[in-house]
Design a binder for this molecule. Structure first.
Ligand SMILES: Cc1ncc(COP(=O)(O)O)c(C=O)c1O
Length: 304
């Protein structure tokens, strides 16, 4: 990890190496915290955060879902993102990680009396699934791990505890020689990747599962908006793993993964085994937006 200068901790800019917490921090033991993954891109007009409002809204919604009362208001947290990026000298693209967590002072599962803390860190981070992956695609496997079921967890919250599920699925995929895992829901339909949503292309149409069993993804929403503008029909419906085997193209979307083509699933080559034409067109359009080259989407960028 590339270190930066400062981390924003409860209203203060703290030198990176001094941003420490106590070992009895509540979240460290019981996993209740909410976070975001947001990106800022180096545009011609300097660093710009992509869809800051939407990420901050989801952060506060996540906190509401897991019954954490944030210790700062929405505007303060949003502005702290900007302050943090201004205080660090970033020369390439940046990943931003705000986290609202339960701090030190209370133990036991009843969390309501635990203090709440907020931190925002940012560091220079390239393509999550590799530059090579963005261009040539990645190999996926269907995970043996079912995506967190709605009856036992809160999938609309980007909550730390949800990611044990994703982490185990990712571990299994990598150890088995794949780059990423596809998790199915309890009914056997494609839910999402470990940190991405799924799209497939069939007969010129773009298909993505509904968000019944996935995070409400900001990248997915952006792609759907883009597709509408490009005249591509979008269907939101359930997808089975064998439909993915026989689709024409497939890709994953996420703030970290951006638009990453899928070459194969469970060793079945998808399409021609390379980035498909529609995937490339959507990828290009997405990068035009995040790099500030598409004026129509200027509203999604917060310049630093
Ligand atoms: C489980 C999960 N699904 C989907 C996504 C994609 O969401 P977004 O496009 O908002 O980054 C993420 C990443 O945040 C994720 O962690």
């Amino acid at each position: 990890m590339t270190e930066a200068k400062y981390i924003w901790m409860d209203g203060e800019l703290v030198p990176w190496r001094d941003a420490k917490i106590h070992v009895l921090t509540h979240t460290l033991h019981y996993g209740n915290a909410v976070f975001e993954g947001t990106r800022a891109y180096q545009t011609d007009r300097g660093l710009a955060i992509f869809r800051l409002e939407e990420h901050c809204k989801r952060l506060f919604n996540s906190a509401k879902i897991v019954a954490i009362e944030p210790n700062f208001d929405y505007e303060t947290v949003k502005n702290a993102h900007i302050e943090l990026l201004r205080s660090n000298d970033f020369s390439s693209n940046v990943y931003i990680r705000p986290l609202i967590y339960l701090g030190y002072g209370v133990m036991g599962l009843y969390h309501s009396h635990a203090p709440v803390n907020t931190m925002i860190a940012a560091w220079e981070w390239g393509a999550y699934l590799g530059e090579e992956g963005l261009e040539n695609g990645i190999r996926l496997c269907t995970s043996s791990i079912t995506r967190n079921p709605n009856r036992s967890t809160f999938g609309k919250a980007k909550a730390a505890a949800n990611y044990l599920n994703s982490q185990m699925a990712k571990y299994e995929a990598i150890e088995n020689g794949f780059e990423e895992a596809l998790m199915l829901d309890e009914n056997g339909f494609a839910a999402e990747g470990t940190g991405e949503c799924l799209f497939i292309v069939r007969d010129g149409k773009l298909i993505s599962p509904p968000n019944d069993n996935s995070l409400e993804s900001i990248t997915q929403a952006t792609v759907i908006e883009l597709a509408g503008e490009m005249g591509i029909e979008v269907q939101r419906r359930n997808i089975t793993r064998d439909e993915i085997y026989i689709c024409d193209e497939a890709f994953l979307t996420g703030t970290a993964a951006e638009i990453t083509p899928i070459n194969s699933l469970d060793h079945r080559v998808i399409g021609n085994g390379r980035r498909g034409e529609m995937t490339k067109a959507i990828q290009d359009a997405y990068f035009d937006i995040v790099y500030g080259r598409d004026e129509k989407y200027a509203r999604y960028l917060t310049y630093i």
